[in-house]
Design a protein around this ligand. Structure first.
Ligand code: IPD
Length: 262
């Protein structure tokens, strides 16, 4: 397992360094009149290509699921789940909260995860049963926080219709908690939870590459990550918090029917 983690960390660091070096600034892009979005898309693709090449060189035969390139069919028991840039809009705007996220699954279970946040110089790591770490510091999520005192991170999808629902849901959550944070990267939200920087996180519509690595960081810090009504985490819903707060926020969210699409 530590071999997986070491390899994932090396690759996530290399991709992060590349992105940091090549990151465009908004003003540069405006000056050259090219579309900043295209530059980001090209770097997203380049980051995923680099990550895939490194995995294939070190572990030929493993399956790889990436946000940009999808998943080629394969037989192996090991699958790498890759988000070459999570928090793409932050990356585009020069905000620091974007990350390279790499998870390793064995038999469908995440056993190792790395979330590299290059612009902050922070690398979060976790191995199944062995804890979650930020550098040399073991991470423990906040416990014993009542809902009314909870700082709750969330996010919004790109589709207009789902945003309208997400807006109505968050309007009901906001008066019942300490405050809301919308950081712009699911992976960083979950790592922030692990580090005690927020108390809870929920979102509908996130993908395995968004929460694969960071989900392990969060659960290894003591948090619970699941869907609603006893279901596992999925695109349908992701809720994460320490036990106790998890149930309180879960019960509130269920009354708000956040899985509806309109
Ligand atoms: C997005 C981020 C964001 C979340 C969106 C995701 P991307 O991923 O994680 O925080 O709210 O749902 O799609 O597009 O930046 O890789």
């Amino acid at each position: 397992m530590s071999d997986f983690l070491r390899l994932a960390e090396d690759i996530a660091r290399e991709a992060g360094d590349m992105l940091l070096a090549k990151r465009p600034t908004m003003s540069e892009e405006v000056a050259t009149k090219s579309s900043p979005t295209d530059v980001v898309t090209a770097l997203d693709t380049a980051s995923e290509r680099l990550i895939r090449e490194r995995i294939e060189a070190a572990r030929p035969g493993d399956r790889i699921l990436g946000e940009e390139g999808g998943e080629a069919p394969g037989e192996g028991d090991v699958r790498w789940v890759v988000d070459p840039i999570d928090g793409t809009v932050n990356f585009l705007y020069g905000l620091p909260d974007w990350a390279v996220s790499i998870a390793v699954e064995v038999g469908g279970r995440v056993v190792a995860g790395v979330v590299n946040v290059p612009a902050r110089g922070e690398v979060f790591t976790a191995a199944l049963g062995e804890g979650a770490w930020l550098g040399g510091t073991r991470l423990r999520c906040n416990t014993g926080v009542p809902l009314a005192q909870a700082l709750v991170a969330t996010g919004f999808g790109y589709a207009q219709a789902s945003r309208a629902v997400q807006g109505r849901v968050v309007a009901e959550v906001l008066p019942r908690v300490r405050d809301i944070r919308r950081g712009g990267s699911c992976a960083i939200d979950l790592c922030s939870l692990a580090a005690g920087r927020v108390d809870a996180y929920y979102e509908r519509g996130i993908n395995p590459w968004d929460y694969g690595a960071a989900g392990l960081v969060a659960t290894e810090s003591g948090a619970r990550l699941a869907g609603l009504r006893g279901r596992p985490v999925s695109r349908d819903f992701a809720l994460c918090a320490a036990p106790g707060l998890f149930e309180e926020l879960h019960d509130l969210l269920v009354t708000l029917d956040p899985e509806r699409d309109a």
